[in-house]
Design a protein around this ligand. Sequence first.
Ligand SMILES: Nc1ncnc2c1ncn2[C@@H]1O[C@H](COP(=O)(O)OP(=O)(O)OP(=O)(O)O)[C@@H](O)[C@H]1O
Length: 477
Amino acid sequence: MSGESVEVVPRGYRVGDWEVADLIGAGGWGTVYEGRSVGGADGAGGPVEVALKFLPTSGLAPRQARGMVETARRETELGRRARHPRLIRLLDSVTLSEPASPALDGAVVLVMERAEHSLRDRLGDPPASGRPPLSAREGARLLTEVCEGLAHLHGLGWVHGDLKPDNVLVMADGSVRLSDFGLSVELDGTHAYIPPLGTPDYLPPERWRAPLGERGVQIRRSTDIWALGIMIHQVFTGGASPFPGATPAARAAAAQEYAAGRAPLRMDMRVPPLWRGLAADCLTADHADRAAHTAESLLARVRAGRERPAPSSPPHRRGRTALAATLAAVVCGAGAGWAESGREDRPVRAGTMASGRTGQAAGDGRSTRVEVFNAEKRCRAPGSRDELCSLGLAIDPLEPYTAENVVTTRVWHGDALAVDCRLARGAPVVDETGARSTRWFRVRLPAGEPRSTAWLPAVRTKDRPQLPECPGRAVRD
Ligand SMILES: Nc1ncnc2c1ncn2[C@@H]1O[C@H](COP(=O)(O)OP(=O)(O)OP(=O)(O)O)[C@@H](O)[C@H]1O
């Protein structure tokens, strides 16, 4: 967003029943200050501590001033109509009349309940704010509450329009509030129009191609769902986007490459399986397919702790998405060099392959986990996703471990895979150090894969979990 902010509002400056205290921060449109109720808690039991968001209009070009007033109008309108424990509460909205102070004259001040910090303040490795980083457990709780707020907003027929960690506020009691409704809009049927603004890292691929009409650009609920997918990934990775790149423009280009089917979706294995599945669905490239995943259905999956999509998701759409991803992976993988194959009775060398879909092999909480081990030292850098270091999972553990016999999902050193049974006498596999084994583990694959399971050779993990022997029919299903 662009615009000027009120430069300095003096301490003690009075706005309605509140007075200004310390500066909290400034965004593209406005500046937020701490505020205190002048007479203590108001008669209606409102809070003493508030946040005062100053949205200036003076000194702006007429178009910008109109934009500012529109922003204030949207925030106020939503605040009035959509009260909910997961949305920041708007207590008042005051238009200043200060002819002697041009910076303040005409500014709109939104009086809101005050939060402790934003979700953005907890991201980073370590967070630049000095606040403690999020644990996976806390991250999951905050995200669940974000889904609650979004489900409420969408249920009322509104779209947030600028969902991002900066606009997820955390209260003193740890609960989440969605905030900053300057781009929020009520839908007219399936979509609405907003000014062509937003934060590039959170814009869905279709937004970059959207025509800009008289009324602005089209926005749908699925716009927020995409942003939620990015945020899920960020929460578990200290703020990393699933789309690589050093700048927002590079990351936006990577997102478009993915959406065009020219690059796979690469998610960090630190994102827990349940959330990885949800993020993958939120990041469905086509917005019509993405619409199958509503805030309500995602919330239901979180609450049920399920990894797989709710049965109500249209199966043909999911099938199309999964097939597209698989085809993209096959094209990427053409000509990749797997280690030599051998006769069925001869050990084959376990190697690495430069191709394939991202390693998202996952579990369902009922399974045991094993950690992937890559015998090649250069492939053991923490978090590395070097294609040349990716490892394959076999389709059939009784067949030679060759490029024709692996699923498209790739795994890397350090990935935790959910395994549910073992096969003692499968095809023998030898690793780069000469270690040989005929043992295999059956791995559960994430939702969206054409197959639900694949096989990890035991030489690819140091773990030896106690597992039941796989039933004979499971080996070739
Ligand atoms: N109700 C609130 N309580 C406490 N802090 C708040 C509150 N609302 C906003 N802030 C903080 O004030 C700062 C400015 O917020 P603001 O909403 O103006 O901008 P932003 O969301 O950071 O950016 P932009 O509006 O450009 O997207 C941010 O650090 C935000 O976390």
